[in-house]
Design a protein. Structure first.
Length: 327
């Protein structure tokens, strides 16, 4: 049975990846941080299943800024594949907490690479990096050869972590992959990311549980795909004969305003009556033209995004309606 270790297992991508690897017959180990709130809601259906938890799924306390715990878990699990998804993932927040963002994202990745360097049997390593490394690129769409030009602390931390991954691959021969992930969403998206915030608000307003929706820059554009497709890309990239970097993206740009209009149309509401601008939600700098070309992933991995933007936002909005109706 192949064995996988996942950092960030409790997040959106970690939970979908766990489900995918369970289907594929893996034994899965996840690293979790001790926090005051035990938020494992995305894994709860697996955690409560006695056929799975403690049989094929195991959770270990460890922290990216606590090397002893990392080394201990890596040494005892001896994974075949290590999926590194953990980190402070909110771009806006990275302006408020740049040091801890950099520490966790950049230094945390370096620590893992150094520990792998000391292992006799090295796992294949997947690093979930971000389109934010491109910041304000000269070319659109971006591919694996586009120069990094990050414009915020998060993007800078991801860029340096990605360069470390490339260096360990080229210099020391590690099987180490950068998956350059463009925005990917789902009903499991964190509530402070814009798609979930909008879909939640549209559903809550429809049900009379919320009045207004406050947003920052609604003209901002992103390349938005469905998270389940992107975790399939993660797995595929570690099955390829050689370690490569890959863009995972849809190649299509949509604005925050498009998300608003699609979500409110799903619940038959006029967005003009509910959406307001709040300047406090504007970021000091915005990336531009982040749109990816996934041709390499298509060619080498036969990877394709399966869900359109409209399907994604409609599904997220309907999921919010169902969740709110239950609560
Ligand atoms: N979060 C948020 N909240 N964003 C808003 C809001 C708001 O109220 N109003 C407008 N926006 C704009 C942001 O300024 C940004 O331009 C865009 O909506 C998307 O914001 P997020 O959903 O927070 O995502 P992100 O693009 O900054 O970052 C996500 O995608 C990256 C991949 O490109 C995160 O998942 C990152 O971790 C990931 O690397």
């Amino acid at each position: 049975m192949p064995r996988a270790l996942i950092t960030g297992i409790t997040g959106q991508d970690g939970s979908y990846l766990t489900e995918l690897l369970l289907e594929k017959g893996y034994e899965i180990h996840g690293m979790v941080r001790r926090t005051s709130t035990l938020d494992r809601s995305r894994l709860v259906h697996l955690y409560r299943d006695p056929q799975i938890y403690g049989q094929r799924l195991f959770l270990h306390y460890a922290d990216l800024d606590d090397p002893t715990t990392l080394r201990r878990v890596l040494g005892s699990v001896e994974p075949d594949e290590l999926y590194h998804l953990a980190g402070q993932s909110h771009v806006g927040l990275s302006f408020e907490i740049p040091e801890s963002t950099f520490e966790m994202t950049s230094m945390g990745t370096l620590r893992l690479l150094e520990m792998i360097q000391d292992m006799r049997k090295k796992p294949r390593f997947f690093h979930a990096t971000s389109s934010e490394i491109f910041g304000q690129p000269a070319q659109m769409p971006q591919d694996e050869s586009t120069p990094y030009a990050p414009v915020n602390p998060y993007g800078i931390a991801k860029a340096s972590a990605s360069q470390m991954v490339t260096m360990y691959r080229k210099t020391f021969g590690h099987y180490a992959v950068n998956g350059i992930m463009f925005n990917h969403e789902s009903p499991r998206r964190g509530e402070n990311f814009v798609t979930r915030k909008i879909c939640h608000a549209a559903a809550a307003i429809k049900l009379g549980k919320q009045k207004d929706l406050l947003l920052g820059d609604t003209s901002a554009k992103r390349d938005w795909g469905y998270a389940k497709d992107y975790v399939r890309g993660m797995w595929l990239s570690l099955q390829h004969a050689t370690a490569e970097d890959y863009i995972f993206a849809t190649g299509k740009l949509h604005s925050v305003q498009d998300v608003v209009e699609t979500a409110f149309a799903t619940v038959n509401l006029d967005w003009r009556q509910h959406v307001r601008k709040d300047n406090r939600l504007l970021r000091p700098a915005e990336p531009q033209r982040l749109c990816g070309n996934p041709a390499k992933a298509r060619r080498l991995l036969s990877w394709e995004p399966t869900t359109t933007f409209r399907q994604l936002i409609e599904e997220m909005t309907k999921a919010e309606l169902a969740l709110l109706a239950d609560s």
